[in-house]
Ligand binder design. Sequence first.
Ligand code: ZN
Length: 1015
Amino acid sequence: MQWDPVLGDRIESARTEIHRRLLRMLNERLMPAVYPAATPLAIRRWDVPGEPVAVGEALLAPYTKAGVGDRWGPAWGTTWFELTGIVPAEWAGKLMEGVVDLGFTGISPGFTVEGLVYAADGTPIKGLHPSNRWFPVEADATDVRVFVEAAANPTFEALVPTVAGDVSTASSEPIYVLGQARLALVDPDVRQLIGDFEVLGQLAAQLPVGDPRSAQLWAGISDALDILSPADVSGTAAASREVLATLLAKPANASAHQISAVGHAHIDSAWLWPLRETVRKVARTCSSATQLMNGYPELIFAMSQAQQFAWIEEQHPAVFARVRERIEAGQFVPAGGMWVEADSNMPGGEAMVRQFLHGKRYFIEKFGIDNAEVWLPDSFGFSAALPQLIALSGSRYFLTQKISWNKINRFPHHTFLWEGLDGTRIFTHFPPVATYNSDLSGAELALASRQFADQARANHSLVPFGWGDGGGGPTREMLERARRTADLEGSAQVRIEPPAGFFARAEADYADPPVWWGELYLELHRGTYTSHARIKQGNRRSEHLLREAELWATTATVRAGAAYPYAALDRLWKTVLLHQFHDILPGSSIAWVNREARATYEALAVELNQLIAGSLQVIQGADPDASDEGSMMIFNATPYARAGVPALGAAPPRPGRPAASAEQVTDGYVLSNGFVRARIDAAGLITSLIDSATEREAIAPGGCGNLLQIHPDVPNDWDAWDVDSFYRATRTDLCGADSTELVELDGGVVGVRTMRRHGRSSFEQLVTLAPESKVLELQLDADWQERETFLKASFDFDVRAEVSSSETQFGHVKRPTHRNTSWDAAKFEICAHRFIHIAEPGYGVALVNDSTYGHDVTRDMRPDGATTTTVRLSLLRAPLWPDPEADQGRHRLRYAVVPGADILDAVREGYAINLPLRTVAGDVPVTPLITVDSPDVVVEAVKLAEDRSGDVVVRLYAASGGRARTTVRAGFAARSVHSVDLLERPLDIGQTWADATTASVRLGPFQIVSLRYTR
Ligand SMILES: [Zn+2]
């Protein structure tokens, strides 16, 4: 349809018809005309037997003749293609390129076959992806010879359970067909005309009917299409461009939204592919991004996750050298300052510190870059501890876009100050474009402009652009769009710049940004607190073993001159940090990733226990045989004295602790020890729990504790990620027991063992009470054979709690137990670390655990008019996608009830259940390296400084949420002590100490203080 001056655009169909005409011309005439001539390349192939090999090995391999139409690539296989050809003489000096279709299936880039093109000498050139199928050929080349390392990464259909998620179960049938391999002549005018048409058409489609610019754009596009001859696109492209040039020349409106476009590729460090494939995805994307900078020097590409830089440094040195060159030129920007883009709900406090410490140290040491922005576009909610950690790492800004995925409430800001637990405020931005994979299309630019919630007082937003996950990052089409929208009437104004440029501009632009207090809870993906219990357990166990390993190694070094295991600890920490990536720890990866993660955690535990044992042996005088026959020493790595053993020290066992008592009564059992009295009914459920200090009943009348409950668990969208609120509507209580019996265990521990079954699963529950203990310990051994089922352990407490307090990094976060508002109701599943605590004035109860993160808390009015607060631990799930075998098999989960607990009791018992006392042969009591004299001040870490100076670093925090003051005593000769940041650099906190061995330290609510001692 032609532009009709009579009809004008008052008739919507006129716009629609021009748009349809444009799209047909683009797809059917202009796109094919980009390559006016082509010649096939000769193909030979080598199928790698097994896992990928280095390029040097691949170049020497025995290649065989191959051709277009060949099937190749069993899932996860690698095939190398050698492509050769002669440049036709008449093309000499002209623009040409190679074009390869590895079997691209039209699936979103990054989730299918990919390739990396190498020169004949093994130098990487660029990646091949569904939306990026070319490789450069020099204009003066007379022949072509390249190699393509093609990866047959399978495509996963969402929610379809599949065995393809592990190389050990995937089919060996080829899944791809080689589409084409050609050398093609390029018509640059046609390519530019496509860029013009695309930008103007996409812009026109976004402008409202009645907007003069919209009418002018459609008319101009129509005119340009009239000039373009379908029979001679090449010959008429230049003239068509002239018509569009006047439209493109009109400058942006004075109030146009300002977009900082940052080239990016969000590469999940593991997800629907194993870790080893991520290394190759990074190599391909870095090759493509740096290659693209040749033709588009304005491209700025930001890559986060120090781990990904470290991978290419180790495994793709040629790619790393190119990256380093572009970093020095300011085009390639290390972003984020964390080791990986970690989950932020579950990592423990010290682990989160190390994410920043190792991430930022890597960028500083390798590139001299200390960046200021934290980049977590995709993690599943953001802990209230992050603002303080960001500030203490020396950063100032935070970016995510994930909260745009909220299913219930729309977040009210895109730019704001985010205030954390301790009061630290961080300038924060959520890109209103609501994606981290923008293609800079007109629709996305308009969306960013339109959705920007703070547009009344600010006018800058950030758009990360480029295909992620191995899609290859930015493309030249995106950069052509950026060039045309730099100053274009009707469009947002696009400026390519690094994140730091955006943040400086946005901060200057927004004088008094609003404040959001507390966590950034994601109203989605709540199942990730629970999916894959063994991975959760591996993380929790590793974090605590690392604490012990550092504490005892430091003690062994300072007290006995042992060599500190710097290299081992560095490597072990980085392994744990990698596995906190936002699709590994959340349990949302394929079976291959989960299998490897479980094995890695097992190996970590073995190595860390060896390190710990070695240190303890040194501390005990190196030669255990020299000590008195049979004498033992108990080591306590928790920050609180326990069983007569000082915090962070060791003491001999105390003799003669009276055993706890157990008796069978008519309807069950009674366990007691002078501190706690518990009644267990004949079905193994806790029906009464009274602590001697308060003499108050913790269990609600008519209720019980440790009741296993089963729910069907089939979320609407994302199996491993989500638990949807409707799961609550259907519930089965496992009240029946196959058997219950009294048990007596070592050390005077008594208990009740209950066996139950449900479906194909069986459960052994052990309730135990130890001598002098104030907690009732619970252990569940489950043989879990259910699918799509949620297992919870429920406790009805006679407490009227308005909020629950859940441990997060260096503190706890309070969440309502009611559903007053949609924001409250959305938090129907919440994350807690080692404890969750509920209280009313004067009385509280805590549940502590050794590896559970998911919880829920509800409350009900009883017939007697009082309130029952029910706290449940989310123990196991069994999602089918992407790992159909998730959570199947045996699990041991430990948790405990602490009756009459205040918040510091919860803190103490949370450490205790995760850090069992260690009994070793020896007779040398160990006075702690560090002591504090306030129960509110917790020693989170004792270690030697990363710079290997031998300085001792101690991290403290105020755990109750109030102000605290403590005297910190060093149990070693210290010359000086001063405050440092998370990177162990001097930090002024307004306190200095003349006496290094006795420092009086003040802490604000939830404040983290790191002290560095020079010996
Ligand atoms: Zn991600």
